[in-house]
Write a protein that binds this ligand. Structure first.
Ligand SMILES: Cc1ncc(COP(=O)(O)O)c(C=O)c1O
Length: 396
């Protein structure tokens, strides 16, 4: 083998990694050795994509929807998104298609939106813990990250006093994510109204990652874009991965004022060019077809949530609040150890249960695990039984 290295950029050195993909590599190694692993680490529904959505995708391929499209997305899909998103979020007057930009998954859109908004040194505020892409992209862009810790005692909603103290006229962007990955916390309408006042007072942009907006169990979803005065300073991020079990199709979108949408579409033109056409057709079917598959998934997730929370709370040393949204629980393991990653690694290696350490989502996630309950009930039962057996053997 040729022993040589190609020097990489300083910017690439600032990229962060996502714990889920790192754990995935280890899980695959163990499975290749014949180990039986119960996977609670990955953030994707175990359901199949709804039939009518699959058929629309297949029909799209058969109709030769296999060519380049405009970077912002095909017109009928942008119209369908504008109309669905306005209806779902109670936005009036409705969003226009020129405010919508489509992307191959939401993740590249997070990058393209932040790249369109943030210069080196700009303050970007986000929760701690948080979905890792926010910190990674902010670091790449040499932004100044401002992390707001989330507390279990507030149900992992933002502490509004801490937020108010952290934002100022220097704040460029506040990233919200409600329902929240990794904690399952959901901001209330009152929280969002207070945050909106801060955004208007300090004149910053809110990037609102609402990809779990269909995964709320105890209340109706509310978007900050629906607060008067906020639509003009909010970028709504959403996608099809979580609501429609379409993680592998790669389909997401953002909605924002048309002038910014043009810049974000240009960013898309410079990176992925466009989103697969037949996948966009499948997206139209998802938004305009029957909603029952989504509601059935949500009902099943609620049942699983209640079971896993009860099961975790019955384990010695673990306590777990009931998360109102997304499909994650974030159990507190501080009575067992402060080293959540060591515990996650022990559970994987010794018990064959794959979860993530909370600190892989930011320093304030230390002392917690993230577990996805978008996993069949028998697997959840198996994970709980294996943990009950293995935990007494853990030596911090
Ligand atoms: C908060 C959040 N935003 C964005 C994404 C990206 O979703 P995708 O790229 O699959 O559309 C995820 C996926 O886990 C997520 O949890």
């Amino acid at each position: 083998m040729l022993a040589t290295t190609i020097p990489t950029s300083a910017a690439a050195g600032r990229l962060g990694a996502e714990g889920a993909f790192e754990t995935l590599a280890r899980v695959r190694e163990l499975q290749a050795q014949g180990r039986d692993i119960v996977s609670l680490f990955v953030g994707e529904p175990d359901f199949d994509t709804p039939e009518h959505v699959k058929r629309a995708g297949i029909a799209g391929i058969e109709a030769n929807q296999t060519h380049y499209t405009p970077s912002a997305g095909i017109a009928p899909f942008r119209e369908a998104i504008a109309s669905y998103a306005s209806r779902f979020r109670g936005i009036a007057p409705a969003f226009g298609a020129d405010e919508v930009v489509v992307s191959p998954g939401l993740k590249p859109m997070i990058w393209n939106v932040l790249c369109s908004l943030v210069d080196p040194g700009d303050e970007v505020v986000f929760a701690d813990p948080a979905y890792p892409a926010y910190a990674s992209c902010s670091a790449y862009l040499q932004a100044q990250p401002v992390r707001i810790p989330l507390y279990e005692r507030y149900g992992f909603r933002l502490d509004l006093d801490e937020l108010a103290a952290a934002v100022s006229d220097r704040t460029k962007v506040l990233i919200l994510n409600s329902p929240h990955n990794p904690t399952g916390g959901v901001l209330t309408r009152a929280d969002l109204e207070t945050i909106a006042e801060l955004a208007i007072r300090h004149d910053f942009t809110v990037v609102s990652d609402e990809i779990y907006c269909r995964n709320v169990y105890d209340a109706d979803f509310f978007s900050i874009a629906a607060v008067p005065g906020m639509r003009e300073r909010t970028v709504v991020l959403d996608g099809f991965s979580k609501a429609y079990a379409m993680t592998g199709w790669r389909l997401g979108y953002a909605i924002m004022p048309a002038s910014l949408a043009r810049v974000v579409a240009l960013m898309g033109q410079n990176t992925y060019s466009c989103t697969a056409t037949f996948v966009q057709s499948a997206g139209i079917a998802a938004l305009e077809g029957p909603d029952e598959p989504v509601l059935a998934m949500v009902n099943e997730f609620r049942r699983r949530r209640d079971r896993i929370v009860a099961g975790l709370n019955a384990l010695p040393g673990i306590s777990c609040v009931v998360p109102p949204g997304a499909f994650y629980v974030f159990p507190n393991v501080t009575r067992i150890t402060g080293d959540d990653r060591a515990l996650a690694s022990y559970l994987l290696e010794e018990a064959g249960v794959a979860a993530l350490g909370g600190s892989s989502f930011g320093p304030a996630g230390a002392g917690y695990l993230r577990m996805s309950y978008a996993t069949a009930m028998p697997l959840i039962e198996a994970a709980l039984a294996r943990m009950a057996q293995a935990l007494p053997g853990f030596r911090p």
